[in-house]
Design a protein around this ligand. Structure first.
Ligand code: NDP
Length: 322
């Protein structure tokens, strides 16, 4: 089978197309023929070496496909031929993958395999951020950085559906328009005006929560626009990691809360995975959550997908087709 691996960490050129043996499913595992794999920022962190991995390493943590074989001791809920999707299991930039059946969910008939692959990681992330990491209540004022990004567009829609007044930051007009279509109330072009000054003008009492995936370049200003006892949800580092932080600062700026959540901890149990995936996939199926699949690349073109994602050229989901 073909797969994209890194033999050493580095830039997009480190992505290498390789021919690998067909894997055999072990106990409680399914062998899946991948139909579409999602590209996510976490793949960039692994490629760069920001997150450690044993080399050679097959990138990718999200896909949808068809079960073609099952190992011993697999649950009767899954059969050969089933349409399934999963995320947070490495090895999806490939034609085939081995996945523990406990991490699979069924893809509803009303959803295409590309939609399923596109919804799992960013969709469940947006879901846990809005429902669980900070639980949005009607009337809350919240900011979503990278509002026209893959996760940002979904988080904006879910935050709106929960009754929030949603602020977003974006870098250009085209992204502003997409963020508006997703339902954002106040869109700030941070390349033209200081986003913290704009938020202070529009919401003088401060925000209930900031969802910050940009990290290094936004963290300090994000803290400064929270209301007393507001919550900073730092969930990514697209611009680089936030430097070490003295917790006493939180008491000096209004007894703030800071959390640094990770999707895996919000889908850790089978019950929570099923509930979150079920909510997200049914919202995609009934049209209440609009997925923007922006670009579909052949597997062999993974380098271009990474260049586009890191180059801030993308506004939605990127998929690889093996
Ligand atoms: P996006 O589609 O949001 O792409 C990143 C966007 O961030 C860019 O388009 C750009 O938007 C903005 N950005 C700002 N500064 C930079 C920079 N220096 N370099 C690159 N981009 C920058 O990506 P994803 O939706 O895939 O991921 C968004 C973030 O969410 C990532 O940080 C990722 O790690 C995180 N994440 C965290 C999860 C968790 O559970 N903790 C799970 C899933 C994602 P603009 O041009 O408008 O500035």
């Amino acid at each position: 089978m073909q797969a994209i691996q890194i033999l050493q960490t580095g830039g997009p050129e480190a992505l290498t197309l390789r021919e690998l043996p067909t894997p055999t499913p072990g106990p409680s595992e399914a062998l899946i023929r991948i139909e579409a794999a999602g590209v996510n920022f976490i793949d960039v962190y692994f490629r760069e070496g920001r997150y450690p991995a044993q080399l050679p390493y097959t990138l990718g943590q999200e896909a949808a496909g068809i079960i073609i074989a099952l190992g011993p001791d697999t649950s009767e809920d899954f059969k050969v031929g089933d349409r399934v999707a999963w995320c947070s299991i490495p090895g999806t930039y490939a034609q085939l993958a081995l996945v523990p059946v406990s991490r699979l969910v069924h893809v509803p008939d009303a959803i295409s395999m590309q939609q399923a692959a596109a919804a799992m990681l960013q969709g469940m992330t947006a879901h846990y951020l809005a429902h669980s990491a900070y639980s949005i209540r009607p009337g809350d004022e919240v900011l979503v950085h990278a509002g026209a990004g893959g996760t940002g567009l979904l988080l904006t829609q879910i935050a709106k559906s929960l009754g929030a007044r949603v602020f977003t930051t974006v870098s250009n007009e085209e992204k502003a328009e997409l963020s508006r279509t997703a339902g954002a109330d106040e869109i700030i072009l941070y390349t033209r005006e200081d986003f913290a000054a704009a938020v202070k003008r529009l919401a003088p009492a401060g925000l209930h929560a900031v969802y910050d995936s940009v990290g290094k370049t936004t963290f300090d200003q994000s803290l400064s626009i929270l209301r007393p006892r507001g919550t900073m949800v730092l969930f990514g580092a697209s611009s680089g990691p936030v430097p070490p932080f003295d917790l006493i600062r939180l008491s000096q700026v209004g007894s703030l809360y800071v959390t640094r959540p990770s999707l895996k901890d919000y889908i850790a149990s089978r019950e929570e995975l099923e509930q979150r995936a079920g909510d997200v996939l049914s919202s995609v199926a009934d049209g209440s959550l609009n997925l923007r699949i922006e670009h579909v690349y052949p597997l062999a073109d993974a380098i271009h997908a990474h260049q586009d994602l890191e180059g801030r050229k993308t506004t939605g989901k990127l998929l690889l087709i093996p």
